[in-house]
Design a binder for this molecule. Structure first.
Ligand code: DAK
Length: 260
């Protein structure tokens, strides 16, 4: 597939989607959001892929936000269209039936932080910067930032970021619980790939069910969520991977999972 503003590649079981608009620090315009949607669909159709890494091209930015030049002249209807396109893009990332790791390699501002937070978890380089500076532009976060950020780090910390619009370092983002791990810029991709390979070596159906249960159960009450877990857990016993995983343990060998 030919994309204008993303690069999509596959290295064995790992997919890498890099947002690639260097002249605007990978800012998200509508064209880029649509490219990301098509890239996610292509990754989904690539059955060999077990984990997707989302990153930004270049050394300076992951995504410096929504494209301010494109947004500046929008009326409310165009803004609604933009917001819906953004929400759909982030939902496609969140709902991908395989894990998505954000490798944040520089500025992740506004829509950049929002798209990272829609991934399953975030690794960051030491030079990464996070923030939702929309209020400094006279708006507020509109790609799920007012919803996903409080669910990830709690309402108080999310409101502090949203109301001040301040930027935080990768280390501060780690302390706030936005980021799982921080690495020197030169080793971010290598470390992210290591984790992706560790995930890819596990039973793919189990990983996929676990993602679904964590996400779907998060907004349910505990007893409903545990009931969902029970049914999904039982379904796992209908798979070849469960038989292989447990047989391999008993036979003291490495499992050979087929994702079936
Ligand atoms: N949009 C468009 N262009 C951008 C950009 C952005 N967000 N960020 C950077 N650029 C462009 C710059 O204009 C500059 O272009 P040229 O002048 O070279 O043509 C080029 O990228 C390099 O940027 P700088 O020269 O500014 O580079 P610096 O190193 O000096 O500064 C910076 C880097 C990241 C600190 C700075 O560029 C910056 O503050 N950028 C803006 C960050 C920001 O405010 N991001 C949040 C955007 S607001 C909505 C839903 C969601 C949203 C909005 C609406 N709806 C419901 C409608 C989301 C909003 C946002 O994300």
């Amino acid at each position: 597939m030919d994309y204008k503003n993303i690069l999509l590649s596959f290295e064995g079981e790992i997919g890498i989607l890099a947002i690639n608009r260097p002249k605007a620090l990978n800012a998200l315009n509508i064209e880029t959001l649509k490219d990301i949607q098509m890239g996610i669909q292509e990754a989904k159709d690539h059955s060999e892929m077990k984990v997707l890494i989302l990153t930004g091209s270049g050394e300076k930015a992951f995504v410096a936000g929504a494209d301010i030049a494109e947004m500046k002249g929008m009326n409310s209807i165009e803004a609604l269209n933009f917001s819906k396109t953004g929400h759909l893009t982030l939902k496609m990332i969140q709902d991908l039936d395989r894990p998505v790791i954000a490798a944040v390699n520089g500025y992740a501002l506004g829509g950049g932080t929002e798209i990272a937070v829609a991934c399953d978890f975030i690794y960051a380089s030491e030079n990464a910067r996070f923030g939702v500076p929309e209020v400094t532009l006279g708006i507020f976060p509109g790609f799920g930032g007012t919803q996903r950020l409080p669910r990830l780090i709690g309402k108080g910390k999310a409101k502090e970021l949203i109301f001040t619009g301040k930027m935080v370092t990768a280390q501060e983002a780690y302390q706030m619980g936005i980021v799982n791990r921080v690495f020197p810029a030169a080793s971010l991709m290598e470390e992210t790939k290591k984790t992706a390979l560790q995930i890819a070596a596990n039973g793919a159906v189990g990983v996929r069910l676990a993602k679904m249960v964590v996400d779907a159960g998060f907004n349910m009450d505990l007893s409903e969520a545990c009931s969902l877990e029970s049914y999904a857990f039982s379904f796992g016993f209908a798979t070849e991977d469960q038989k292989e995983g447990m047989t391999a343990f008993i036979e003291k060998r490495k499992p050979n999972f087929k994702g079936k």
